[in-house]
Write a protein that binds this ligand. Sequence first.
Ligand code: BEZ
Ligand code: FE
Length: 294
Amino acid sequence: MLNINEDTITQAVLASMDDRCDARLRTIITSLVQNLHSFARDVQLTEAEWFKAIQFLTEAGQITDDKRQEFILLSDTLGLSMLVMAQNNKKPTECTEATVFGPFYVEGAPEYENGADIANGARGEPCFVSGQVRGLGGTPVSNAQIDVWQSDEDGYYDVQRPSEGSAVVSHQARGSLRSGPDGRFHFRSILAEAYPIPHDGPVGRMLEALGRHPWRPAHLHFMIKAPGYDTLITHVFRDGDRYLNSDAVFGVRSTLITDWVQHDAGLAPDGSKMEKPFYTVNYDFILNPAEVSA
Ligand code: BEZ
Ligand code: FE
């Protein structure tokens, strides 16, 4: 096609796709091209702005490695992760709401018995976590796999600890447990604190230019898997946190906010004697039954 101009370029790109290409790919690229072109027309994108965007994406690629995923941060901070998660996780209102996965989950975290201390040396005030996994109608879900991960008191996940420098993850403040026959689980960890998402790269500069902060309110991550139920990926947020209303990645749902109760030194829920103050948090999870495929 010759003499393509501003008015015919969109159609020319769409027409260039081979009819035999994958139907879903065709749907996605068609919409992407149409929306991208309308965006450029809408803002009357200049060549300098186009090049700045190319540089931004190049830097996002350069800073990304197996521990740092700048493109996920970009998706999170632009609200795309929450949008995609929400439109793919529609379920009855009784079910626990899902939220973003985030970049700090690690495969192969240690398996723990109920009651174990999953902090494994991570620093923070002691916190005893408990809850129950149930299905709709209140049926306890036994033997559910409960993966949990969180940051330490400095706001770092174990994978972010800069000093270690080794490829081996030390698996602190993360682990995998199973719910008991009554669906209940409990473990010891540390108090979750608010922390900034990694903001020393292009996404951090974008937030700053937009007058936005990089902070996430204190939370514990959970991924719960049980046969016959949809996998639930969510967080439990700490009530009272100053960033609940301005989470950098838009992940807070009010149903996921709960009280983390502070206790004076004394007897902990597991019967141990605590020399210093500690926290407890209790949260129950309601799983959605998996769709039975015909
Ligand atoms: C997190 O909660 O771990 C997280 C989520 C999105 C971006 C960065 C961190
Ligand atoms: Fe997190």
